[in-house]
Design a protein around this ligand. Structure first.
Ligand code: ATP
Length: 221
């Protein structure tokens, strides 16, 4: 039955970070043993998976939740992995979108890249596969192309500067296609042939993000 569900929800509980410990914060979530269920006070919430804390190790997220989607891609399906949570809850860390190219491959996206190209390599004699990447940021209800080399954001030289809204960045337009789909007009779709090439777009786009640093997320950048 589980595989028939097209949407599955996993919770990744992060440990308290140093500033929280210094402020005397304590864990408020307990995991119901043997169940994908967490308890906060008198409220219990059930998900498809629970990682971190006393749940399954976070390192299992890719194999459990994402590897089947990568497999499905090669069978012609679309797949989306969406990280949702308040600021500082661990979305960037879990997804791996603070990628610098040096180590730190624990996030979901670096693992997707690695496994996609393994698959491409294994099937290259029988199948031709075209991979294109886009990297956008939705910031204050506008969409920005993080791979646009003409954009002011991409010309920023370091991650510390990239924390601020880039002046002069032009948002891209969201349009509806004739058949009712949604398209991002003119968004960069870069063709990539190797994992390294794709990783360079991820690290370039990561540096161009304008997302503000907050007290809760500043250590992840
Ligand atoms: N599973 C984890 N294990 C250890 N540290 C973590 C984990 N998840 C997040 N952190 C740390 O918690 C802090 C906040 O995480 P992160 O920046 O990923 O949050 P975020 O949800 O992306 O925030 P924002 O929405 O503001 O961008 C960072 O210091 C990060 O290194």
């Amino acid at each position: 039955m589980e595989n028939l569900e097209s949407v599955r929800v996993a919770v990744n509980i992060r440990p308290l970070i140093t500033t929280e410990l210094l402020n005397g914060c304590t864990d408020c979530i307990t995991i119901v043993p043997g169940e994908p269920q967490v308890q906060i006070g008198s409220h219990a919430f059930t998900y498809d998976y629970v990682y971190g804390g006393a749940g399954s190790p976070s390192s299992a997220i890719y194999d459990d939740c994402v590897a089947p989607l990568v497999d499905a891609l090669f069978h012609g399906y679309n797949a989306t992995v969406l990280a949702y949570g308040q600021t500082g809850s661990g979305k960037t860390y879990t997804m791996g979108t603070n990628y610098t190219g040096e180590g730190g491959n624990g996030g979901i996206i670096p693992k997707v890249m690695e496994n996609m190209f393994k698959r491409v390599e294994a099937t290259k004699h029988s199948t031709e596969i075209l991979i294109r990447v886009s990297f956008i940021e939705i910031f204050k209800e506008e969409v920005f192309d993080l791979l646009d080399s003409n954009s002011a954001a991409s010309k920023f030289e370091g991650p510390s500067l990239a924390k601020h809204t880039a002046p002069g960045r032009l948002p891209i337009q969201i349009r509806e296609t004739v058949n009712g789909g949604i398209t991002l007009a003119g968004v960069t779709e870069a063709e990539v042939r190797t994992k390294e090439e794709m990783a360079s777009y991820l690290s370039r786009g990561s540096l161009s993000r304008a997302t503000g640093s907050t007290n809760m997320n500043s250590q992840s950048r």
